[in-house]
Ligand binder design. Sequence first.
Ligand code: G3P
Ligand code: CA
Length: 279
Amino acid sequence: MHQHNFLLRSLAFLILLGVHSAWDTQMASAQLIIAHRGASAEAPENTLAAFKLAWKKGADGIEGDFYLSRDGQIVTIHDATTKRTANKNLVVADSTLAQLRKLDFGSWKSKEYAGERIPTLSEVLAIVPPGKKIFIEIKCGPEIVPELKNVLSTSKLNPSQTIVIAFDKKVIVAVKDQIPQIKAYWLTGFKRSKLTGKWHPTIATLMKTLKAIGADGLDTQNNMAIVNADFVKTLRAAELEFHVWTIDKPSEARYFQRLGADSLTTNHAKEIRQSLVRP
Ligand code: G3P
Ligand code: CA
């Protein structure tokens, strides 16, 4: 009898353990946590140091910004110039990779990161672990797409791990045309008219655009005034994915979790994951 009770208790414990880890797995995959410019709250944005730190913080994916250099290399940087994040001001499109490599992209953030160099897209792809993702934000125009195709073809990553995001509609069209095996999400923000008080673009305009450019989904600015349950219902009815940036507050994370977002892009990957509600 004693042995029987022990067996029952052990069985109950194992079932509870299974349910618990199933919750963990489910939550880990319900909203992907994407580290914005890497772990950019602590490390210098868009550097290998920031991307490596993002993996340590348990991100499901990283987001980075990309331009074409003068000699046709894809480099990782948010702005069109190096002024804000390096020790010398160069225009990225007018500079060669060798010139950009000489700059220090770490010191502006902290001494600890002094000497951090600008990475190429190939170098960033090389540190994406199996099963993790990268959101490649194209900051220039569609002229980058042939080289993007070339770089992706030499990467060890499979197509489901690499996603292109862009505000420029022409970039989405070029990606779906030249690299159809990878997903592309259109990025949009919203502006409010001072005259009418209405937000633009409207969901109707958004839907027309997404369809016209062949996007796989929308990656929207965090705007709780316009992105609501009806907005998401319209996207889902058209079988489109729904991603959102930048989510740095727990209340925002929970709001977009309730709406069923596919991913949350954040500067604070660990804290935002912890703030999500368990079922
Ligand atoms: O993930 C999209 C988001 O990064 C777009 O804004 O200015 O941070 O590149 P930005
Ligand atoms: Ca970005």
